[in-house]
Design a protein around this ligand. Structure first.
Ligand code: HEM
Length: 515
């Protein structure tokens, strides 16, 4: 009779053999469909955790795309999940814009019903996303941006005051820019004076910095949420760190309570969301109760009512906060770096700013709008250093590509922004910083420049982000000249441990005050 040890050994061997066979079968997915792909590793797919390499996840994906320059789409494996990478601009346009109804979601599976504090437009799907997007879009109209501009200006004045107080010629701008961005979003999202420019060591700044800090547990959480979604749901995994969420939720709760009790009003996201909440529910007409609004072939309509709760307001305010500084801070930092490397471009941008400022006492929303060359410089920065390196979609309704290839419902799609933005066929000499690429009369494909995505799921805060970046750069260029200090280690590389694009090296500037 077989003893217990032999039994356990045979069971283990059988299980391992079965797992290896399953992984091997999965790894043949693209081969069986005739889609060009790089050979995956067993269980790990193509994405060897960026921690083990010196490249970011996006750079690894771009390398794969470069291997097949003539293919409009490429197969890849995220662990054992097949992903389809799209590189052809016309197909991208169809997916993001024209045939959006087949690709409405990003494929996260977050349980918002039981975790309203995790409410995050980026992660939402289907009818829930549509209702919330509809509710939140009015937060970013021109009128609202003009109102927020005043808060930005106060922070800009403080930024220059702090730089003057530091009175240094050799400076790392990163922490100053972070404090500026944290104070702006603190003011615009919650209506509070976060005070980080005045006191960079305060708790608000400490917690804000932690949001995007990738530790091992955060990486595991992200892998579970993106690749093993049923497990994430089963264990009620949250994308946010517990202490960070608790800290900011308390602030927002207190703000809501205070405003209700005192009827105090302020032009910020919290206030605007309270107003939207008091306007009542959004009614969404959907055709198929099983597949919500994607079931276009169904003939019966159903109505779904969506109302925003206090917990959701907190969740959205927290989302705005978390997305509202790392993206902006690094774009401003990379822009200053490029200005410091390209002194003629820096001077041209400064002259434009000074000319626009001649006819006005202080900088206004309108003056900033007239600074078109500065805007081109920001766009060129976002081309070279897109904060998000890929766009994500999931196929929500079966779809056929122009060549007859069928994308099945549930298929995950990635659009490698980081590859498109340095493709020499789209942008000749991609390494050069050349704001002229974005001249108003240049004819770029609608999906060649995607730092904010495109289509109905484009970044909801794009105009807010552009406004803040332009304002901060204009304020700095008016007051200082920037050059690279030779202690900066070049060429710059990207930090493989960061979720968003950021430099691995400390960028040190020599700054000179303009009298
Ligand atoms: C330079 C700054 C920023 C960049 C480059 C950026 C980029 C992006 C990108 C690439 C997406 C996905 C778009 C798509 O899938 O098509 C996105 C979505 C989003 N962004 Fe931004 N973003 C920036 C700043 C901000 C700020 C400041 C906020 C909030 C105040 C914000 C809030 C959001 C939200 C809520 C979404 C989800 C939209 C939806 O799914 O409907 N972003 N952003």
């Amino acid at each position: 009779m077989m003893d217990l040890t032999s039994l356990l050994v045979s069971i283990t061997i059988s299980l391992v053999t079965f797992a290896v066979y399953k992984a091997w079968r999965k790894n043949r997915y693209w081969q069986e469909r005739g889609v060009p792909h790089r050979k995956p590793w067993l269980f790990l797919g193509n994405k060897i955790v960026p921690f083990l390499t010196k490249k970011t996840g996006g750079e690894l994906i771009a390398e794969m795309c470069k291997e097949f320059p003539n293919s409009p789409y490429i197969g890849g494996y995220d662990f054992m999940k097949p992903i389809l990478l799209i590189t052809d601009l016309d197909i991208i346009e169809n997916i993001l814009i024209k045939d959006f109804m087949h690709f409405t979601d990003r494929g996260f599976n977050v349980d918002f019903k039981n975790r309203p504090f995790d409410s995050n437009l980026f992660l939402m799907s289907g009818k829930h996303w549509r209702a919330v997007r509809h509710k939140l879009s009015p937060l970013f109209t021109t009128g609202k941006l003009r109102m927020m501009f005043d808060s930005m200006k106060q922070c800009g004045d403080q930024l220059v005051e702090q730089l003057e107080a530091a009175n240094r010629q050799e400076i790392e701008m990163k922490e100053y820019l972070r404090c500026f961005a944290v104070d702006v979003i603190g003011s615009c999202a919650f209506g509070i004076d976060a005070g980080t420019l005045a006191n960079p060591k305060n708790e608000f700044h400490k917690m804000a910095k932690k949001i995007f800090k990738l530790d091992l547990w955060q990486i595991i959480r992200l892998i579970l949420l993106t690749t093993f979604t049923p497990i994430a749901r089963l264990f009620n995994i949250s994308i946010n760190k517990r202490d960070v969420r608790k800290y900011f939720c308390n602030i927002i709760d207190e703000t809501l309570k205070y405003r209700r009790e005192t009827e105090f009003r302020r032009n910020d996201f919290v206030q605007m969301m309270m107003q939207l909440q008091s306007q009542g529910y959004v009614e969404i007409q959907t055709k198929d109760p099983a597949d919500y609004y994607l079931g276009m072939e169904q003939s019966t309509y159903t109505t779904w009512k969506y109302e925003m709760s206090d917990e959701e307001i907190t969740g959205h305010a927290f989302t705005f906060l978390s997305l509202g500084f790392d993206t902006l801070l690094h774009t401003m930092l990379f822009a200053l770096y490029e200005f410091a490397k390209n002194l003629e471009i820096q001077e041209k941008a400064r002259q434009e700013i000074l000319i626009e400022m001649k006819s006005t006492e202080t900088m206004t929303y309108q003056t900033l709008k007239e600074m078109t060359y500065l805007e081109q410089c920001v766009k060129e920065t976002l081309r070279k250093y897109p904060p998000a390196q890929v766009l994500i979609r999931v196929c929500t309704k079966d779809y056929t590509l122009p060549d007859g290839f069928k994308i099945q419902r549930g298929q995950r799609i990635m659009i490698p922004i980081i590859y498109l933005h340095v493709n020499p066929n789209i942008y000749p000499e991609p390494e050069r910083f050349q704001p002229e690429r974005f001249d108003p009369d240049s004819s770029l494909h609608s999906c060649a420049f995607l730092p904010f995505g495109n289509g109905p799921r484009i970044c909801i805060a794009m105009r807010f982000a552009m406004l803040e970046i332009k304002y901060c750069l204009a304020k700095l260029l008016m007051n200082y000249r920037f050059q690279i200090n030779n202690k900066t280690k070049e060429p710059l590389t990207l930090n493989p441990k960061a979720l968003l694009t950021e430099p691995n090296e400390n960028i040190i500037f020599n700054i000179t005050k303009i009298e």
